[in-house]
Write a protein that binds this ligand. Structure first.
Ligand code: PMV
Length: 307
């Protein structure tokens, strides 16, 4: 039996502008994970069981399911026929919450197949294979999700350039709050595209301003200067609001976290729903978690993104 897993992720800053070739920073959430187990069985077929969705199918090249497509690309890359047996997949990562659940599930599957077929794959190959599924789930994603999850390290990401994983000197004290509102990344990205077409100069200026914030955020991260990083997260949230991708509920969560003592807070991911992140002084973390719950968050995770 083989087992592999993959972490969740959160975008720290730079979402949306990253689709327009500005930089973004994403970080792994190591303690929320997707798992894949492969058990060899006679019979010749590769059976797939997605436990959380209660879905079962037998892999074939004709299936259009994003995960089946990722499996096909993985087998092509490994130059192998499918192993005979049962592939079981489960995940602790909420689906559709901007924490990278689809990319994490696919990453765990690519890893377990590579392991079962005795052919380890480097992170850039894993990211490339998972991207094939991400395109089917999300339209034209920038590729940041599959990249940060494949490397399991903070990533400086510019679309079309090699990703730059980097080291942290200190854990990032983050609180992540799920608004409970669902929004499809594909719809929000399409809305931004439409606005950009209609008001190019305004949206280009917003993307440039976010790009500057992301450059400064990297310096602050490396120096572990949390007050400075918090101020930059606030600035990033303001720019996302101007872009039209926040929501009254996300604004309320951001406000609640700030009032409870966060160094800064912003929406994270596509927006209109999904998550808010708050940079939380450890002495205030409990208060911030309560404030986020009172303001309507459905789930709140405290996580130190570790070096
Ligand atoms: O909602 P998430 O966390 O999958 O993030 C989407 C991030 C965008 O920049 C809006 C789109 C993308 O493909 O990068």
């Amino acid at each position: 039996m083989d087992h592999a897993s993959a972490c969740a992720k959160i975008i720290l800053c730079g979402e949306h502008a990253v689709v327009y070739t500005r930089p973004a920073i994403a970080v792994p959430i190591h303690d929320l994970r997707a798992h894949a187990t492969f058990t060899p069985q006679a019979g010749g077929a590769l059976h797939v069981h997605l436990e959380d969705l209660d879905e079962r199918w037998v892999w074939s090249t004709h299936l259009q399911h994003p995960l089946a497509v990722v499996i096909s690309h993985t087998l092509d890359t490994l130059g192998q026929t499918p192993p005979s047996g049962m592939l079981q997949v489960r995940s602790d990562i909420p689906i559709g919450g901007g924490l990278g659940s689809s990319a994490a599930v696919a990453t765990a599957v690519v890893r377990v197949l590579a392991q079962a077929l005795h052919h380890p794959l480097p992170p850039d190959e894993v990211a490339r294979l998972v991207y094939e599924g991400e395109k089917l789930w999300h339209g034209t994603p920038s590729g940041i999700d599959n990249t940060v999850i494949a490397y399991e390290q903070p990533i400086w990401f510019v679309k079309g350039a090699p990703p730059e994983p980097f080291e942290l000197s200190h854990p990032i004290p983050l609180v992540i709050a799920d608004s409970g509102q669902a929004a499809a990344t594909r719809d929000v990205v399409a809305y931004v595209r439409q606005q950009w077409e209609a008001q190019k100069a305004r949206y280009e200026a917003l993307f440039d301003a976010i790009g500057h914030v992301v450059h400064r955020a990297r310096d602050a991260l490396v120096r572990a200067d949390w007050p400075e990083l918090g101020a930059l997260l606030n600035e990033n949230h303001y720019l996302l609001e101007q872009m039209g991708v926040s929501s009254p509920q996300l604004d309320a969560l951001v406000q609640a976290a700030r009032e409870a003592g966060a160094w800064g807070a912003k929406l994270a991911g596509a927006g209109w729903g999904g998550n808010v992140i708050a940079l939380a002084p450890p002495s205030r973390a409990g208060e911030i978690v309560h404030a986020l719950r009172r303001a309507g968050a459905q789930h709140v995770y405290t996580t130190g993104v570790t070096p």
